[in-house]
Design a protein around this ligand. Structure first.
Ligand code: HGY
Ligand code: MN
Ligand code: MN
Length: 411
């Protein structure tokens, strides 16, 4: 049985993908900014059109809920993801999962299917964490891992406060986070990596997710003249930052290492061509599927920083921005994904999520797993992010089958 309205799903992905395109043609919807508001408004319209109950919680998480008098006392089968983006983003990251979840629920409702459990789709606030840390914030609050007050007090990279921004855009909801107790949670997402396509798989059954460590490092040296200052006199914050960046890459290249690390933000001041930088502020994103190995990476970096402070005569401080341990997903749901993929003759492999996901927080509450669709050339967090319509739809059908079975649905 094919449950979804293919044209409607693809149309929603296209429409949402057009929201937040700036003057330079870059798609950017940072948490609680005006573009995020526009996307939220559009999603809420679609939730209402689907005839679902709309709810917004105190940290702006949006929910579309389908419940009947017969099943409303049961725990809900939940799905969801995010519609906020990184800077200059693709159109599928997060949005695919939210819109496919809405589509499956709406199609079940329209087909007169009866379910033993309510179904709900969520769009979680600030999954990307670009404007406010930590990332995966809305689902972390929902799962009880972070206080709503702390989330609302978060100060952004632009000096704004999340709670005020949510009020400004009209998404500081009344509902308490965690109001819906989930029976299970399944998130559909693009892989954002190259494996499925490169190995010829149509779908991924995500069995685990790697740990993430985010820090902001500040290095303070001495501002001085680029021409007159002898090398031996220099306390060069820019050079010290460069040494950290190369150190991080060397750690990843150690044979057998599964660590990936990224310095995505870097600011030098005073940022003038002929002035030795007095200050470097940059972010470090460290990831590893094994918790002990991730801790070892954090310790190795800390040791390197204290040695560097000595050798380069600079002052170094590190601030933790967010930290998530690796997560194992629910074996039962992973097997469900494999079963329905096989029934649809789709080549499926088990896979690790390299990206952080809202599902990793929902796993704190209930049996949880994810489904990946292939990403062309593994490109993501980039406007060239692409998944063929046929792949989007095939994975959405398996996703529908899994939700159908978890919800105890009857035609
Ligand atoms: O950073 C991540 O892994 C995700 O895109 N939030
Ligand atoms: Mn995502
Ligand atoms: Mn992302």
């Amino acid at each position: 049985m094919n449950l979804i309205n293919e044209e409607r799903l693809l149309g929603h992905i296209r429409t949402l993908g057009q929201i937040g395109i700036d003057a330079d043609g870059r798609r950017t919807r940072l948490a609680a900014d005006d573009a995020d508001k526009a996307a939220r408004d559009r999603l809420c319209e679609w939730i209402r059109e689907a005839g679902l109950r709309l709810a917004v919680d105190t940290v702006g998480n949006i929910f579309g809920i389908w419940e009947t008098p017969e099943n409303r006392r049961e725990k809900a089968v939940m799905t969801g993801s995010h519609i906020d983006t990184v800077i200059n983003a693709g159109r599928y990251d997060g949005c695919y999962g939210v819109l496919a979840g809405l589509e499956v629920i709406q199609s079940m409702k329209e087909a007169g299917i009866r379910t033993a459990r309510p179904l709900a789709v969520a769009a979680f606030t600030n999954e990307e964490g670009v404007r406010y840390a930590p990332d995966m914030m809305g689902s972390l609050v929902y799962a009880g891992g972070y206080a709503a007050e702390d989330a609302c007090a978060a100060v952004g990279i632009d000096g704004t406060v999340l709670g005020e921004e949510l009020r400004r855009i009209g998404y500081a909801g009344e509902t308490e986070p965690g109001f819906l107790a989930p029976f299970s949670f399944v998130e559909l997402h693009i892989e954002q990596g190259p494996i499925l396509e490169a190995e010829g798989y149509a779908i991924g059954a995500v069995e685990n997710l790697q740990g993430i460590s985010w820090q902001r490092i500040t290095i303070e040296g001495a501002q001085n003249h680029a021409g007159t200052t002898p090398i031996s006199y220099r306390q060069d914050a820019g050079l010290a930052a460069a040494r950290v960046i190369t150190f991080l890459r060397e750690r990843c290249l150690i044979p057998g290492s599964r660590t990936v690390s990224t310095v995505g933000c870097l600011e030098l001041s005073p940022n003038a061509i002929n002035v030795i930088p007095e200050k470097a502020v940059f972010t470090v994103d460290l990831r590893n599927p094994d918790e002990q190995a991730l801790q070892a990476e954090e310790q190795a970096l800390a040791a390197f920083l204290s040695e560097l402070a000595e050798t380069d005569r600079v002052r170094i401080t590190a601030e933790r921005l967010s930290r998530f341990e690796p997560v194992l997903f629910d074996e039962g749901i992973v097997r469900l994904v494999e079963k329905h993929a096989a029934r649809r003759s789709l080549r499926c492999r088990r896979i690790t999520s390299g990206a952080g996901q809202d599902a990793q927080n929902m796993a704190l509450l209930c049996p949880t797993a994810m489904i990946f669709s292939p990403s062309h050339l593994g490109i993501s967090h980039n406007p060239k992010e692409y998944t063929a319509d046929a792949d989007l739809l095939a994975c959405a059908e398996v996703f529908a089958d899994v939700l159908f079975e978890l919800a105890g649905a009857k035609e």
